[in-house]
Design a protein around this ligand. Structure first.
Ligand SMILES: [Zn+2]
Length: 400
């Protein structure tokens, strides 16, 4: 179903492992967790196939990154230049467009704390080199590129960054990043930076003067602005200031789950009023709800339904934020550096080991869309949520 080309290439096949780079045991098994089925009828399966064949499938946040098998390898692995991308898994995902941040938040090549300019530039160059050697994905830089994904039988990867920490106080770095292919950038991560307040901070000062200059520069360049990890006030400040609609690429509703990582109604509404799109996140232990103590596709889609009812079908999208391998182990390894526990604070819950039905990019988009079909959404609503809403804004921001 909307399969992409895959010629057997694995990351850095052009090099000699353990001579040119250090090879780690990777958790790349596509059947790492027990199989999940939505038990769709034949007719529902046919509808799913039709959606994936005829309409753009846009994941607002996913990762080809493969986590190492052993949790003690995670930090040393993320300090290496040669981290791997699961081309085979992405080829089977059915996605046409993937917002991919190349793991800028956990790239720790030159610094133990990450989010440094050098680290992100090294990481980008290395991933682009690897991408040049394969046939499954291509780097997209314009709306036209995104449109060509189906016909090319490849996934259009839209280079994105989770946060703008690497700008420091240099506004011209926005242009440099644009020149290096970045088309979407988050304003902050969980902690504050020179642009504004992050969602895990106790005091919310909103967007800084420098942040205002960056938003203006992103608008001038045509770079998508993402406020997924911003504080509430920073989110509102960005929405009000930006000339273009703003994306929340991966989040959920605080009304259902009261943590800083979720967005309150007024931020979701302001984002939609400005013409933005909100992608529903499925990273483990984010979009939980009171109905179940376990994180599954059901709780994720409860957030989808809530936000759709709040802002309308024209402003929702899908941003599952999945990986290959143990995502919870990755969160634990970077918990302290990235304040992940802080971002999940305010509700008590037991960690789910993985999200049932949304384990990795290979199944995430298919199962989210399958869930919408199973729950009687109309074809017209599904095609908006799965891609057209995002495509419409990207056309106006990225241009041809
Ligand atoms: Zn994120």
């Amino acid at each position: 179903m909307n399969l992409k080309e895959y010629n057997g290439y694995q990351s850095y096949d052009y090099l000699t492992a353990n001579k040119d780079y250090k090879k780690y045991e990777l958790d790349d098994d596509l059947e790492r967790v027990p199989p999940f089925s939505l038990d769709l009828t034949e007719e529902q399966e046919a509808n799913l196939k039709e959606i994936f064949t005829k309409h753009p499938v846009v994941s607002l946040r996913d990762h080809g990154f493969i986590v190492p098998e052993k949790s003690e390898d995670i930090l040393p692995y993320c300090g290496e230049l040669h981290t791997a991308f699961h081309y085979e898994g992405i080829a089977k995902s059915g996605m046409d467009v993937m917002f991919e941040n190349f793991m800028d938040g956990i790239t720790i090549i030159t610094s133990k704390n990450g989010l440094k300019w050098d680290d992100v530039i090294y990481m980008l160059g290395m991933r682009y080199a690897d991408i040049q050697k394969q046939d499954t994905v291509f780097i997209a830089s314009s709306y036209k590129d995104l449109q060509q994904a189906k016909q090319k039988k490849k996934v259009a990867v839209l280079p994105s960054l989770e946060t703008a920490n690497i700008l420091e106080n240099e506004v011209n770095r926005v242009d440099i990043l644009y020149g290096l292919g970045i088309r979407c950038m988050g304003i902050t991560y969980n902690e504050s930076n020179t642009l504004g307040t992050g969602l895990a901070e106790k005091n919310d000062g909103g967007l800084t003067n420098f942040g205002r200059r960056v938003v203006e520069r992103m608008n001038q360049l045509g770079m998508i602005i993402d406020i997924s990890h911003c504080s509430d006030k920073t989110s509102i400040d960005v929405i009000e200031l930006s000339q273009d609609p703003v994306f929340i690429t991966h989040a959920g509703a605080r009304a259902l789950w009261n943590t800083p990582r979720m967005k309150p109604d007024y931020v979701l509404e302001a984002c939609a009023e400005k013409g933005g799109v909100i992608g529903i996140c499925a990273a483990p232990n984010t979009t939980l709800t009171k109905r179940s103590s376990e994180h599954t596709i059901e709780s994720v889609m409860e957030h989808f339904e809530y936000i759709k009812n709040l802002v309308g079908i024209d402003h929702v999208g899908l941003g599952p934020d999945t990986f290959y391998g143990d995502h919870v182990a990755l969160q634990n390894a970077f918990d302290d550096i990235l304040r992940i526990s802080d971002s999940h604070s305010g509700e008590s819950f037991e960690d789910s080991a993985y999200v049932k039905g949304l384990e990795n990019p290979t199944e995430a988009m298919k199962n989210m869309v399958g869930w919408l079909i199973k729950n009687d959404y109309t074809k017209s609503d599904i095609k908006k949520a799965v891609g057209w809403n995002a495509m419409k804004i990207m056309k106006s921001i990225l241009k041809d």
